[in-house]
Design a protein around this ligand. Structure first.
Ligand code: AVI
Length: 328
């Protein structure tokens, strides 16, 4: 059965199971280093837990990025100029967007999100707060090139990708995504993107292993989702949340670690893990300015300017679509 959700087709089988979820979980659990893509964290409960994470004292990225967007508006306006259509990738609840829209006098706003109901609701709230600003929500998977509404075709464009979500992708996937954004936005476009910075290990580990255990619940919720949606019997109590700093790859990793030998079934297949073995569930890459610039350049974007919060924890970078590449 194919369920139409805007431009994306979600494949469901006769029992209503998301086939991509089942395939990726089964394939990931069959690997030597077991892993499950982080995108599967975000069922309703996972999305609620992520919102709770953004308010934790240890989780600085949301506050740091909001500080930049709130306080550097005049500088954004000077660099970006008025009249651009702001295209937000994965807009979600669009909580950070008003700061940007208030600062730069945009020509229109196009939020793009895979979740249609949520998208339309938040677009309506935002349109109410910005009377006179044309808002054209697009329900789509922005990891592929997206066709923009005809009304904005001839307007200059500014892509907006806050939240340091780019850090959740390994570099080859991050480059693919940046290239898709470049294809969506076209020649002459700008991109304003949030990227979390490299910093001391203790701060990073605390941000991904908070004292109240909300991040642990967020990670362990994946087990509940597998059990509920894929006829699993993974014992949640047999797993611990683990956050690790991988220094050579510059990233926080989240894992679900077996705290005893454990056997379980998922979608009719048997798996076994020995005590200490892990399922790798998320990467969150942290970038120094040079690394950020290299990633953007590889993705077809030339950095123009960047802003940090006062404590230097987070970076918002403005980049311009690069000209077609010539040698070398
Ligand atoms: C969505 N993303 C940018 C978050 C991050 O910081 O990597 C997801 C997250 N995982 C644990 N805490 C927050």
């Amino acid at each position: 059965m194919a369920v139409e959700r805007g431009l994306r087709i979600v494949q469901k089988d006769a029992d209503g199971v998301d086939t991509a979820f089942r395939e990726q979980v089964l394939a990931g659990l069959a690997q030597r280093q077991k892993s499950i893509p982080a995108r599967w964290f975000y069922d309703d409960e996972g999305s609620r837990l992520f919102e709770a994470i953004t308010e934790l004292p240890e989780y600085y990225p949301t506050r740091a990025e909001t500080e930049i967007l709130r306080e550097r508006g005049a500088e954004f306006a000077a660099e970006i100029g008025p009249g651009r259509v702001v295209i937000e990738f994965g807009s979600g609840s669009s909580v950070k967007t008003p700061h940007l829209l208030r600062a730069i006098a945009p020509g229109a706003y196009v939020p793009i999100d895979i979740s249609g109901d949520f998208l339309r609701q938040s677009a309506a709230v935002l349109a109410g707060d910005f009377p006179g600003l044309p808002v054209y929500p697009v329900e789509a998977d922005f990891t592929k090139a997206v066709e923009l509404p005809a009304q904005v075709a001839d307007m200059p464009k500014l892509g907006f990708f806050p939240g340091s979500t780019i850090g959740n992708l390994v570099p080859p996937s991050a480059v693919d995504l940046l290239r898709s954004m470049r294809a969506t936005l076209g020649e002459g476009a700008y991109l304003l993107i949030g990227m979390d910075r490299l910093k001391d290990e203790a701060t990073l580990l605390a941000a991904y292993d908070d004292a109240a255990g909300v991040t642990a619940d967020f990670n362990l919720n994946l087990i509940d989702r597998i059990n509920r949606e894929l006829e699993g019997d993974m014992p949640r109590a047999a797993f611990d949340h683990v956050a690790r700093w991988n220094d050579s790859l510059g990233r926080i990793e989240m894992h679900l670690m077996a705290c005893r030998d454990v056997e379980f079934r998922v979608a009719g297949q048997r798996f076994a893990m020995v005590r200490g073995e892990t399922i790798h569930t998320e990467n969150s890459h942290k970038y120094e300015p040079r690394g950020a610039a290299m990633l953007l350049l590889a993705g077809g974007w030339t950095p123009l300017e960047s802003w940090n919060d006062a404590a230097g924890r987070f970076n918002v970078v403005l980049a311009e679509a690069s000209e077609p590449r010539t040698a070398p």
